[in-house]
Design a binder for this molecule. Structure first.
Ligand code: ADP
Ligand code: TRP
Length: 355
């Protein structure tokens, strides 16, 4: 029996951090034997925020090297670059004929990104959607909300449907896009009276989802939060970041409850250290003998033990252009093969036929 298809993409907008590693990459590596995995770099999606061309290319290369360095094996999983599959662009045009601009405008990610593009602050309670929509329509030429941002979910749906993926590991913020993908698939099937697309779902890795906190005291580690430890961070920079992590004045009484910034450090320690080390510092917190400086030093070294081999591999891989070219070519061939089949079917179903 053929393996179920798992697909996930990451926008090429910067380096990967510990959150991406524990929340996504490490899990991808674990499942690559059991599923038909396809991991790609969403450079067309990155274009929606108009990066400068040199940055875009450098970022694609970085993420590719990071995928490989983290252990994704190009002979097991298909690793490819979205723009290497032109079938995606054509099917994006076709699927857009069945997507409503209203439903796209109501998407949370669109509202957030449109606000950013217009230079508006985050929405307040009771904000007037109508006024916001007027601003989008009436926005000046130098601050426009491009159509690519609006149709971002169509492109993502195409990424998934064109590969016939049914399991899609994504972060929470992407679940709405997945919901839209299912809706578009159902709509296509029902409009053409076919049973063509299967509905894709979030991939459940089992167990509690990992949330890697940032070093700034609250919330999760994230690119836009500016609180990241990157896989590529040099030891000196990494140690500095960890030593600067927010803490508090320390427990005053035995068994005090732990404030969020300190709990976050323990969460990071749990991910990267041994149970004995974690216990040692938990006990020290409980009996008030803890010194945060020691905890941070330990944490920095334990994180480095995880990231150093990865960083070294990233740098080796980045230097090996031939290898990168081979990986990308092999991935593109595999990805295009499935994409071309789906696109041919879709054209046929929609009535685009050869004479
Ligand atoms: P960012 O928040 O830095 O922009 P993305 O949204 O591009 O990261 O996330 C890519 C993948 O990494 C997703 O699968 C997401 O769930 C995972 N991820 C990102 N940050 C974290 C985090 N702090 N903890 C756990 N997983 C994360
Ligand atoms: N939109 C996703 C993100 O920002 C990236 C992405 C693009 C994706 N196409 C996809 C993820 C298809 C999963 C499947 O994280």
């Amino acid at each position: 029996m053929s393996k179920e298809i798992v697909l996930s993409g990451i926008r090429s907008t910067g380096n990967l951090h510990l959150g991406n590693y524990y929340g996504a990459l490490r899990k991808f590596v674990k499942i690559q034997d059991d599923y038909d995995c396809r991991f790609f770099i969403a450079d067309l999606h990155a274009l929606t925020t108009n990066p400068n061309p040199a940055d875009l290319h450098a970022n694609v290369k970085k993420i590719l090297a990071e995928y490989l360095a983290a252990g994704i094996d190009p002979d097991k999983a298909t690793i490819f670059i979205q723009s290497d599959v032109p079938e995606v662009a054509e099917m994006y045009l076709l699927l857009n004929m069945h997507v409503g601009i209203g439903e796209l405008m109501r998407t949370t990610s669109f509202k957030d990104k449109a606000r950013k593009a217009l230079g508006l602050s985050a929405p307040a309670e009771g904000d007037d959607d109508e006024a916001f929509e007027k601003q989008i329509i009436g926005s000046e030429t130098n601050k426009r909300v491009n159509a690519g941002l609006l149709t971002y979910p169509t492109l993502m749906a195409v990424d998934i449907l064109i590969q016939k993926a049914t399991k899609v590991p994504v972060g929470k913020d992407q679940l709405q896009h997945l919901e839209l993908t299912r809706r578009f698939a159902r709509r296509f099937n029902s409009f053409y009276n076919v049973d063509y697309f299967a509905e894709p779902y979030d991939f459940d890795f089992g167990g509690a989802p990992v949330k890697v906190p940032g070093l700034d005291g609250s919330g999760k580690m994230g690119k836009s939060e500016g609180n990241c430890i990157y896989l590529i961070d040099e030891p000196k920079a990494l140690r500095k970041k960890v030593m600067r992590a927010v803490t508090d004045e320390g427990p005053k009484e035995p068994n005090s409850p732990m404030a969020e910034p300190v709990a976050n450090l323990f969460s990071l320690l749990e991910l990267t250290s041994t149970p004995e080390v974690v216990k040692h510092y938990r006990d020290a917190y409980a009996d008030c003998s803890i010194r945060y400086g020691d905890l941070k030093k330990q944490l920095a070294e334990d994180i480095l033990a995880v990231t150093t081999p990865i960083r070294e591999r990233i740098n080796d891989i980045l230097a090996d252009e031939d290898y990168l070219r081979r990986v990308v070519k092999q991935g593109a061939e595999k990805a295009r093969e499935s994409a071309a089949k789906t696109l041919a079917d879709v054209r046929q179903i929609m009535g685009i036929r050869k004479f």
